[in-house]
Write a protein of this length. Structure first.
Length: 426
């Protein structure tokens, strides 16, 4: 029986495993390393985050993106966007040098078991664990507008379904959304010769500003400090104080989580997008009907006016929602035993990232309803890994370094009653 099994081998899973191994835990990590970055993003995409805010986390902070870039002879500079494929290669390097060996099988089910949990891999092998950390990334939680659900994949897809956009060469594509994924996907399509447009509910597109230099005067830093989530004091609070965010009333957290750091395009994309990609603002899709191998879209404007648009394919770049009912690997008794944040469907977590089901820990997007916007980005990996591993050690009763069996005693902060929605964070 493992002390800790980590489900997911992206930035959060690899970081947690690195810290757990260093802490002396018997840890096992499952998943294809950096799968989302390799399999769900097309070539030509870049990170929005600055290089110094895009590090995976190991206890010695030795395996940074800058260290990898230096080893590759590639500069890592503030204000220079990092290609997604370069970042994925960095994650694979981190997995080889900083994390325990990764088992590339998928975990398809997780249920309670004697002394902890039973996980089942995709080839049917049961694995026993005293504690489990869910670092499953974003793919289980894709959001697609209601009108597009149930359509065949030939006609509609989510932006995360594409590692290669060349299938759309010579076709007509409509991209839905106003965030970076929508604007960058549309730009890449236009640059390869695809006829493309963007449809968005927003009245206007928002663009991030060019980041100021790292070295600035005290007055400039005081007015708008640099953070891993962008400049400004509000971003500083999200980035530096996720523990304080968790203490806000649950209704406030749910509201901020869905509204903070809203849809916006990266500053370096704007020149490539504007004047190249047509945009229909203030409209949303109310119907989508297959018609002769194409798709007939019904669009409704903010004033109630309606129009019809025909296209070959719709790409929904409409984000992700971390709702427990979308995580199919969890047994029903686990879902029922996890409190959620003010009816959001997202799970509540303690200060050490433990869910209200003892021994089951949360990371990445799953923890964002509790800890705030920083958990939607790689930047939150260090904060998570340090505190989550500390919580696992407490749960195991292993402060002296000798993990014991899982107990039901209050080794972590108590959470709202299992199976109920949390009205406020305790």
């Amino acid at each position: 029986m493992y002390d800790l099994v980590v489900v997911g081998a992206g930035p959060y899973g690899l970081s947690i495993a690195a810290h757990a191994a260093r802490a002396g835990l018997d840890v096992k990590i499952f998943g294809k390393p950096m799968a989302s970055w390799l399999d769900n993003m097309p070539p030509g995409m870049f990170l929005k985050s600055e290089p110094w805010a895009s590090n995976l986390s190991d206890p010695r902070a030795a395996h940074t993106l800058a260290a990898y870039a230096q080893a590759q002879g590639t500069p890592s500079r503030h204000g220079v966007p990092v290609p997604v494929r370069f970042f994925a290669a960095y994650g694979l390097w981190f997995a080889r040098h900083a994390a325990p060996p990764v088992d590339t099988r998928d975990v398809v089910s997780l249920r309670p078991g004697p002394g902890g949990f039973v996980l089942t891999t995709d080839d049917g092998e049961p694995v026993l664990a005293r504690t489990v950390a869910l670092a499953v990334g974003v793919m289980p939680f894709i959001d697609v507008p209601g009108a597009l659900r149930g359509l065949p994949c030939e006609l509609a897809s989510h932006s995360s379904h594409h590692a290669d956009l060349t299938r759309f060469e010579g076709r007509d594509v409509t991209v839905v959304g106003a965030g970076q994924a929508a604007l960058e996907t549309a730009t890449l399509l236009a640059e390869q010769g695809t006829s493309v447009r963007v449809v968005a509910r927003s009245a206007a597109l928002d663009w991030n500003r060019v980041p100021p230099p790292l070295e600035r005067s005290f007055a400039e830093r005081a007015r708008s400090p640099h953070t891993g989530l962008g400049c400004g004091w509000k971003n500083w609070l999200y980035a530096r104080t996720p523990g304080a965010f968790r203490r806000l009333p649950a209704a406030t957290r749910a509201r901020v989580f869905t509204s903070a750091l809203g849809p916006a395009g990266a500053w370096w994309l704007r020149e490539r997008f504007e004047g190249v990609v047509p945009v229909r603002l203030g409209e949303h899709i109310t119907s989508a009907t297959p018609a002769g191998g194409r798709l007939r879209l019904g669009l409704t404007g903010a004033d109630g006016s309606t129009t019809v648009l025909e296209t070959d394919h719709v790409v929904a770049a409409t984000g992700f929602t971390p709702a427990l009912d979308r995580l199919g690997l969890l047994a029903p008794e686990l879902v029922e035993g996890m409190a959620t944040v003010d009816g959001s469907g997202g799970p509540e977590a303690s200060g050490c990232f433990e869910s209200s089901y003892p021994g089951l820990f949360l990371a990445g997007l799953l923890s964002a309803p509790s800890f705030g916007p920083s958990m939607r980005f790689v930047y939150g990996a260090t904060y998570t890994a340090v505190r989550l591993v500390r919580g696992v050690r407490r749960r195991l009763g292993s402060a002296g370094g000798s993990p014991g069996l899982v107990t039901q005693r209050a080794a972590v902060e108590k959470l709202p009653a299992r199976g109920r929605t949390a009205g406020a964070t305790p």
